[in-house]
Design a protein around this ligand. Structure first.
Ligand code: PAN
Ligand code: ZN
Length: 187
């Protein structure tokens, strides 16, 4: 009997780069993030082609019960004083959770319930973040270097970007060499 044997892709923990594929890659630019940052004036002054973050994910099986694995590389930078961040989303299938692992850099994971309650978890190398069901999530790079985080989520989860198109309840700004957290009031 021949026992099947293969070497799966490896991730370099220090950088978040996968050793080999098949991979799917997606870049998100300043232009893609219209309306996401607090200052539209500051957003307009930026180079629209500048990449804010890239996601590299394994091209794995789809469907009920399958898992996706991907690494987000969120570059350092600001729009005005607001730190670079991912768009952020609920899962389309709200009952599906996710796990993030901090690999390099430093930042925050912004979590928000459907009732609008927001909280922050510090992301750093080795940090483990359990994102519960019914919880929106966004990465924010508060450091000077690339923030990379590995994520594992159900293939069926899907992304709902519309539900938070007016933004999350907290915004993070650079202030006096540190981080200022502002509460946002909508409506
Ligand atoms: C992550 C995110 C990734 C990019 O893989 O999709 O960090 O963020 P946005 O999707 O909000 O642009 C994840 O949470 N997947 O479910
Ligand atoms: Zn997600």
């Amino acid at each position: 009997m021949t026992i099947p044997f293969s070497t799966p892709p490896a991730v370099a923990w220090a950088s978040g780069f996968f050793s080999h594929g098949p991979l799917r890659c997606k870049s998100t630019t300043i232009a893609d993030l219209a309306g996401v940052f607090a200052s539209s004036d500051a957003w307009q002054k930026e180079d629209p082609a500048r990449i804010v973050y890239q996601v590299e994910m394994l091209d794995s099986l789809q469907g009920e019960g399958e898992l996706y694995v991907g690494v987000t590389h969120l570059y350092p930078g600001h729009i005005g004083h607001e730190f670079f961040m991912t768009r952020g989303h609920f899962h389309a299938r709200r009952e599906q959770g996710e796990v993030y692992f901090g690999l390099r850099g430093e930042g925050m994971l912004l979590l928000q319930t459907e009732q609008g309650q927001a909280r922050l978890e510090k992301v750093q190398p080795g940090s483990v973040h359990i994102i519960s069901a019914y919880t929106a999530h966004r990465l924010i790079n508060t450091g000077q270097t690339t923030l990379s985080a590995l994520a594992v989520w159900p293939a069926i989860a899907g992304h709902d970007y519309q539900a938070l198109k007016h933004g999350f309840a907290l915004r993070l700004f650079a202030k006096d060499g540190g981080v200022a957290v502002n509460e946002v009031r909508y409506g």
